[in-house]
Design a protein around this ligand. Structure first.
Ligand code: FRU
Length: 490
């Protein structure tokens, strides 16, 4: 049996033993074992395909395979057999992150990082490989790696060279890949090919220059209107003075202009993609209706280590989101398909809250909850707090300081015993006197969209599913709220 056949046989048997109730309702989890980054996210032959970093045999990171799932609506996923296993000389130590692009002949191209075991220098070598298939079975190219060490420009090496994002444009193939430079640190390299097999280096699109992390992972590069977006997952970020990126492993969108002739990228702005405690390595796909859809790993390296493993699977994807620009900022909304999950609706308009209170009908852990805080009509209110996943003395809390324009997401009272970050603080200023919070809950997954997607926080909460309570409180003076809740059908 080959490594791939073994993985497929194992995941089939193991996944069949896991009841659907042990998974979130509409967030993708691995069939069994470990999952990290989304890979190969694309629309192909009438369905969305999502691959992912995958180690089926344990709930911790191991030699990387590519898992595979497909969906018609980005919410209900069907597992397909494991797509890639580390089974050739070019990728014997792992098939790391990458991407997919439909080919003109109807087949699907996968481009991924092949990791070769450490040599005499003790360092693994990472180079870019391809595999082509029918959307189910993929054949690796015998010439892998198709982007070998020899194509790297001066100052770059293969110890950190990974995560190709490939696309087709004007009859040619392009790919961006992350690479570490001796001085400039995290950098994104652009390559070009006539056929996705013969590649050449084009340019260094952008670099950290030691200001934006030490290594950049998982790039994506696409147009959104007139703006060009370079997504990166920078490691070892030192938070800057405006607090846009949090320290450690962050996610960032570099917004700018791109000249397709000279291939120069002119970065004009840096912003966070997701400020949550559990979000990393996002990747986008273009939907047939033109929407740019983003999905991320709803987890991050800093918090996975000693995390409890209550299930035979570990790791999940975020809710897919639609990207758009507003006032020069990259914003996100949950994909509109989520409305197909809407069930019972509760609407409470013009409520006044002061002492902590629960509101009639507002509770649950599978919800699309919209709260509009009318700051103008609440002049004495200094702080507003929303608790959820509340019960048995546990809760998660969102606190908004309306005067300061600050929002704190605090999951420290959810029952965790681990010494990891539990609190994140972001800027959140009312617009035209209103602050809007949209909180999507799916069991232990919580995603908060502030001011219609201006900021997003993806956070996992440990409180057990029996903690279904939601309550509201105001400090300093009463707060005026509108609340709309839809129960979500899993
Ligand atoms: C990001 C990452 C990628 C790499 C993969 C390995 O989370 O470190 O850079 O390809 O995970 O699983």
């Amino acid at each position: 049996m080959t490594k791939l056949e073994a993985a497929r046989a194992f995941e089939r048997r193991a996944a069949a033993r896991i009841p659907a109730a042990d998974r979130p309702g509409f967030h993708l989890t691995p069939p069994v074992g470990w999952m990290n980054d989304p890979n190969g996210f694309c629309f192909y032959h009438g369905a969305y395909h999502l691959f992912f970093q995958y180690y089926p045999y344990d709930t911790v990171w191991g030699p990387m395979h590519w898992g595979h799932a497909t969906s018609a609506d980005l919410l209900h996923w069907t597992y397909l057999p494991c797509a890639l296993a580390p089974d050739t000389d070019a990728d014997a130590a792992g098939c790391f992150s990458g991407s997919a692009a439909p080919l003109p002949d109807g087949r699907l191209l996968l481009m991924y990082t092949g990791v070769q075991p450490a040599g005499a220098d003790g360092r693994q070598a990472q180079m870019q490989c391809i595999a082509v298939g029918d959307g189910l079975d993929f054949e690796k190219d015998p010439q892998n790696p198709v982007i070998p060490a020899g194509l790297l420009p001066e100052g770059f090496g293969t110890a950190d060279f990974r995560d190709p994002k490939v696309w087709r444009e004007n009859g040619a193939y392009y790919c961006v890949a992350a690479c570490r430079h001796a001085q400039d640190q995290g950098s994104i390299l652009l390559f070009e090919s006539p056929d996705a097999r013969r590649w050449q280096f084009v340019t260094v699109l952008d670099s950290s220059r030691d200001r934006l992390g030490k290594m950049w992972e998982c790039p994506d590069f696409f147009a959104l209107g007139d703006t060009r977006v370079l997504l990166i997952s920078p490691q070892e970020v030192c938070a800057d003075e405006n607090g846009e990126l949090h320290p450690g492993d962050a996610t960032a969108a570099l917004l700018g202009r791109y000249d397709p002739v000279t291939h120069a990228f002119d970065r004009r702005k840096v912003q966070a993609v997701d400020d949550g405690l559990d979000f990393y390595a996002p990747q986008t796909a273009l939907a047939p209706d033109g929407r740019r859809i983003l999905i991320g790993w709803m987890q991050c390296w800093a918090t996975t280590g000693q995390a409890p493993r209550p299930h035979p699977w570990y790791g999940r994807m975020s809710l897919p989101r639609e990207l758009f620009l507003r006032d020069g900022r990259l914003c996100q909304r949950p994909v509109r398909e989520i409305e197909t999950l809407w069930q019972a609706e509760t609407r409470l308009a013009g409520i006044t809250v002061e002492a902590r209170t629960a509101l009639p009908g507002i509770r649950g852990r599978s919800l699309d909850l919209n709260v509009t805080v009318d700051a103008d009509a609440s002049p004495a209110c200094r702080r507003f707090a929303l608790r959820f996943a509340e019960g048995g003395g546990l809760f998660a809390e969102i606190r908004c300081d309306l005067a300061l324009g600050e929002l704190v997401f605090d999951r420290s009272r959810c029952g965790s015993r681990r010494d990891i970050p539990h609190i994140r603080r972001i800027r959140a200023v009312p617009h035209s006197g209103k602050l809007t919070l949209r909180l999507i809950l799916d069991k232990d997954c919580a995603e908060l969209f502030v001011n219609d997607g201006e900021r997003v926080l993806s956070v996992l909460v440990d409180a057990p599913e029996t903690a279904q309570g939601i309550s509201f409180a105001a400090f300093g003076g009463p707060v005026r709220l509108d609340v709309v809740q839809h129960v979500l059908r899993a």
